[in-house]
Design a protein around this ligand. Structure first.
Ligand SMILES: C[S@@+](CC[C@H](N)C(=O)[O-])C[C@H]1O[C@@H](n2cnc3c(N)ncnc32)[C@H](O)[C@@H]1O
Length: 406
């Protein structure tokens, strides 16, 4: 399995009930930490509880940075939207022409980067760094730095009504800080912010829709989608994770523009062919919910779920199975981060998980089952940032559209 984060880092050993719990840090090799949490101060007061498996749980608060210009409907109908659409067309066209619809190899990417680098070297081989003017492109972008912890977490964040009243644009997310690979859903990943940015930017597209999120983890895109949608099926696997996700949905009921959407946290395991309908199991589906999902869903979301080839295959199978049962055409938005690792196999840096994702997309577009066609295109990540995080160039957002053949 490919690590979902370049960084393998410390895992906190906690003495339950201890105030100094977070000061006791030991290192384990099988633990990963999301870049989103990397710059958070390791302060015990931000820890709110231990979860049922003894992992420390934190609450981070992320502010939606509304841009007054973008909020203005008139503005979005003219210059910026048109300009962005033209840019997007060029971007998709270039991508297809350059790569022939396939992923270019990491060797090629590196060699292109190196050629670019060579041009920046002086006669002695020293790198001449050209600083980007700070004001450049200020209209459409924001300074990208690490997340900000806005306030100290309270013992029980659901009770913090006063804060809710004043902070209608603040999203609170419970998460853990560092996890073994099998628990990566308990952290927030950059791909979730990229997708959330897009949902906020294009929110008019999603008004009153029914959406399904796969591998939702802590639930950020579902929470954003719920500010405009009618119903959101927010799915993942594992009771502990789904409990955390459900709690996050509850924590964010205060959000501005909340459309009154119904957010249903449900189990959807890509490794199983059926929905869990056992009423004795938490987060199982009723027959009515399954029928509603098939009748009404028009948008499917997945953020950063392609990091292990077997799971990627399973996620694509699930997506294919669900899409075939939908009554209406649907659009799928997938975010992914190309995490480059040095491998002895390639003797170079590469991202096999990304290459596999691109192969799955390519296979999907070439399916000839006589029932549906799929078309995939990358979305140029030039849309505004509503959250503060580092939008690295390895972050990508893909749109897949489906068409039913009559
Ligand atoms: C890297 S996390 C991303 C979480 C969240 N979307 C985000 O971006 O913050 C990958 C997610 O895929 C989920 N996942 C892994 N295997 C799965 C499976 N078999 N069925 C459903 N979800 C799965 C994990 O539980 C986890 O929430």
């Amino acid at each position: 399995m490919e690590s979902p984060c370049l960084l393998r880092t410390s895992f906190y050993h906690v003495r339950p009930g201890s105030k100094e719990a977070m000061d006791d840090i030991t290192f384990r090799s099988d633990t990963v930490l999301s870049d989103i949490h990397l710059h958070m101060p390791n302060k015990s007061h931000l820890m709110v509880r231990l979860n049922t498996v003894g992992q420390p749980v934190f609450v981070s608060q992320f502010q939606i940075l509304w841009d007054e210009d973008l909020r203005d409907e008139k503005h979005s109908k003219n210059g910026f939207e048109r300009e962005a659409a033209t840019e997007q067309d060029k971007y998709s066209e270039n991508w297809r022409r350059e790569e022939g619809g396939h992923s270019i190899s990491e060797d090629e990417r590196q060699s292109r980067a190196f050629q670019g680098l060579e041009a920046l070297l002086d006669d002695d081989g020293d790198l001449e760094v050209i600083r980007k003017p700070l004001e450049e492109n200020k209209e459409h972008s924001r300074e990208t730095i690490h997340p900000i912890i806005l306030t100290k977490a309270t013992e029980d964040p659901t009770e913090d009504e006063e804060l809710e009243h004043f902070c209608q644009d603040i999203i609170k997310i419970e998460h853990t800080m560092a996890t073994p690979l099998e628990d990566v859903g308990k952290q927030i990943w950059r791909g979730a912010f990229l997708l959330a940015d897009y949902l906020l930017w294009k929110r008019d597209l999603f008004r009153n829709c029914t959406a399904l999120e796969l591998g939702a983890g802590t639930g950020l895109p579902s929470i954003i989608m719920a500010t405009v949608a009618k119903t959101v099926y927010c799915t993942d696997v594992g009771e502990d994770l789904l409990d955390m996700c459900e709690r996050n949905i509850t924590l964010n009921k205060h959000l501005r523009n909340l459309s009154g959407a119904e957010v249903k946290v449900k189990e959807l395991d890509w490794l199983k062919n059926e929905f869990c309908t056992d009423p004795g199991t938490s987060y199982s589906w009723s027959e009515e919910e399954i029928a509603d999902l098939y009748d009404s869903t028009s948008v499917i979301l997945a953020a950063d779920v392609f990091y292990d080839d077997d799971l990627t295959d399973a996620a694509f199978r699930t997506f294919y199975r669900i899409v075939h049962n939908l009554k209406n055409p649907c659009t799928v938005y997938l975010s992914i981060e190309r995490r480059l690792n040095f491998t002895l196999r390639h003797m170079d840096i590469s991202c096999d998980a990304y290459n596999h994702f691109r192969k799955c997309l390519h296979d999907l577009e070439n399916i000839t089952d006589g029932k549906m066609t799929f078309s995939a295109e990358p979305i140029k990540p030039a849309f505004p940032q509503f959250f503060v995080y580092e939008r690295v160039e390895q972050l990508e957002l893909w749109k897949v559209t489906t068409e039913t053949l009559s």
